[in-house]
Design a protein around this ligand. Structure first.
Ligand SMILES: [Zn+2]
Length: 122
């Protein structure tokens, strides 16, 4: 499996226009919750961005609004016969919408990203 680096993900968050697409993973063979197929894959990613509060470039880290994902602790333990929650049961394809927050590591100001993760194969 080939997965983009945290640096490439940071570039995607900070330098790409709205609706930009990026191939994040190639040859995913088994479910790996770090591979952008699960909300956990979007957590704790560092990036540099202009802090809206401090008006200077700061280091941010991604976080999730955990209340938006009920039973977060249970999500990785899905039944082996069922597709993980992030996959569409009808098409068998990944279709995950994630509300990612960037948290300024200096002043804790938050910025929001809405990311959709899909697969081109079942
Ligand atoms: Zn800040």
């Amino acid at each position: 499996m080939n997965k983009i680096s945290d640096q490439v993900f940071a570039d995607f968050l900070t330098n790409k226009p709205l609706y930009y697409k990026i191939k994040a993973v190639e040859d995913l063979k088994v479910f790996d919750n770090t591979a952008y197929v699960d909300v956990f894959g979007f957590k704790n990613k560092p990036f540099r961005f202009l802090c809206p509060e401090e008006q200077t470039d700061q280091t941010f880290k991604t976080d999730l609004i955990e209340s938006a994902y009920p039973r977060l602790s249970m999500l990785t333990m899905s039944n082996a016969d069922e597709l993980p929650y992030s996959f569409d049961a009808k098409t068998g394809r990944l279709d995950l919408k994630v509300h990612v927050q960037g948290v300024c590591q200096s002043c804790k100001a938050k910025i929001d990203f809405l990311i959709r993760s899909t697969s081109d194969k079942e």
